[in-house]
Design a protein around this ligand. Structure first.
Ligand code: HEC
Length: 252
């Protein structure tokens, strides 16, 4: 009797606690058809995204930034005799950006592979849909991958792990090229890296960067490059194998 009382008291507490405990900025809200929760799909999918990105997903949010439905949005996957779509807010709020990161992850090779890996009794349930959006995004770079590789190892490799041959070099807190390559917006980041901190005080892109301020000369060995060399770097990086941020946690 005592035990039963304790359990129900705990159950009440459990209902009350999460509301107070979940910090609102920690993630974003997602709503989805109940079927995806009941068959275990979201329990399979979401931790794989959250553990790698540190972004938590709240399925109880009042105004979710992402909605999976069978009606509207970008086609996501086929399964259960239905087509599922994803809609995300365009708002540039921290929560909105995290929802967009989720959408980009789902639309990446890793995300699609994760969707396809979900099985019930050994049988695949959903087939991811490759969207036109993803196909259009793939840019073909015209530079020389070999020159880009050499330039990157020589110049970027003093801070970044660029690939296997300088795996033990680089500065620990600096993101590696394979990790950067796995981000949905890697192209944007590499195309504009010279303008992103900490590079402006080190890098001069010929004809684009403002000259170093004579009052603040570059602290490190400065690095000069041309637009052609930047195109070579982009060509090299586009061919890198992205670090797998969504590897299966358990084999199913
Ligand atoms: C002196 C050290 C140093 C050198 C040299 C350097 N980087 Fe970086 N880079 C960093 C650090 C530190 C960061 C991480 C900045 C952060 O986390 O905000 C970074 C971040 C980046 C990013 C991600 C930027 C973002 O905003 O997401 C790209 C892309 C990048 N570097 C490309 C390059 C390329 C290409 C080269 C060589 C041409 C290069 N870096 C040379 C230190 C360096």
């Amino acid at each position: 009797m005592m035990r039963k009382f304790t359990n129900s008291a705990l159950a009440i507490l459990a209902c009350l606690l999460p509301v107070a405990a979940v910090p609102q900025e920690a993630g974003f809200g997602l709503s989805s058809p109940a079927a995806l929760q009941e068959n275990g799909f979201l329990r399979f999918l979401l931790p794989r995204f959250s553990l790698k990105t540190g972004i938590r997903i709240d399925l109880q949010a009042n105004n979710p930034e992402a909605i999976i439905s069978t009606e509207d949005g970008v086609p996501l996957m086929n399964g259960l005799g239905l087509v599922f779509y994803l809609q995300t807010t365009v708002a540039a709020t921290p929560r909105g950006k995290k929802a967009q990161r989720f959408a980009a992850w789902l639309d990446s090779d890793t995300g699609r592979r994760t969707v396809a890996q979900f099985k019930i009794d050994g049988v695949q349930v959903f087939t991811p849909i490759e969207t036109l959006q993803a196909a259009e995004q793939a840019t073909v770079f015209q530079g020389s991958a070999a020159l880009g590789e050499r330039f990157s190892f020589t110049n970027c490799g003093r801070c970044h792990v660029v690939g296997d041959s300088n795996r033990m070099k680089g500065i620990g807190s600096t993101p590696s090229f394979p990790v950067l390559r796995s981000l949905p917006d890697w192209e944007e980041r590499f195309s504009t890296f010279y303008a992103r901190i900490p590079h402006p005080s080190i890098v001069q892109l010929e004809g684009v960067s403002k000259p170093f301020d004579p009052a603040f000369p570059p602290a490190n060995q400065p690095l000069w490059l041309t637009l052609e060399q930047l195109e070579d770097i982009l060509t090299f990086v586009s061919g890198l194998t992205p670090a797998d941020l969504g590897a299966p946690l358990v084999q199913h």
